[in-house]
Design a binder for this molecule. Structure first.
Ligand SMILES: C[S@@+](CC[C@H](N)C(=O)[O-])C[C@H]1O[C@@H](n2cnc3c(N)ncnc32)[C@H](O)[C@@H]1O
Length: 166
């Protein structure tokens, strides 16, 4: 059901999120070690993943939407990059422990109820590389705020799952 909602969103447009990485996230590059691995959860069409792949990072990503993953893989090929993107649901996806220098959750968690968010965060924490204080992996979380136009319209379009979650 959730998959259908996202498929519809992506199929309606040529590009849902554009091609520029999130501007705050792009500054994380300076904090990452060379040769780090990046996991983008809810990778979408890959705007953030492409950015990190272009900087030389090994990037993996998952998304529940087949269309989004297909677009991301096409873009990756077009730019001669090697993003490993797969169709997977984060609620059942196992994140490999102690692996990633950066895990991205860009505008994803706001679609889950609190109980799922807690489970996802635990998995994410476990997936971050632990190399001592300075080199520990980072997590980037970005969520829509209440002023976001899409967020304002959401109650007309979607069912409420929990407080603040549609
Ligand atoms: C608002 S979009 C953000 C896309 C991308 N992170 C970006 O910032 O451009 C949310 C993404 O989460 C994906 N998504 C939603 N539920 C998911 C789930 N259960 N597992 C994996 N991906 C999911 C959607 O398909 C969609 O691509």
């Amino acid at each position: 059901m959730k998959q259908n909602i996202w498929e519809k969103e992506y199929k309606n447009v040529h590009s849902l999120w554009g091609f520029n990485p999130n501007s705050t996230l792009s500054q994380y590059v300076e904090m990452l070690p060379e040769n780090g691995e990046v996991l983008d959860i809810g990778i979408g069409e890959g705007r953030n993943a492409l950015f990190f792949a272009k900087q030389g990072y090994a990037v993996e990503g998952i998304d529940i939407s087949e269309t989004a993953v297909k677009r991301c893989l096409e873009l990756s090929k077009e730019h001669n990059l090697n993003i490993n993107a797969k169709v997977q649901d984060i609620t059942s996806f196992e994140i490999e422990p102690n692996k990633y220098s950066l895990i991205i959750l860009s505008n994803v968690l706001n679609f889950f109820p609190d109980k799922d968010i807690k489970i996802i965060i635990e998995k994410v924490k476990n997936g971050l590389i632990k190399n001592g204080l300075i080199k520990n992996g980072l997590v980037y979380i970005n969520a829509f705020d209440d002023k976001e136009p899409g967020r304002k319209k959401a109650p007309e379009k979607y069912k409420q799952l929990a407080e603040h979650t549609l």
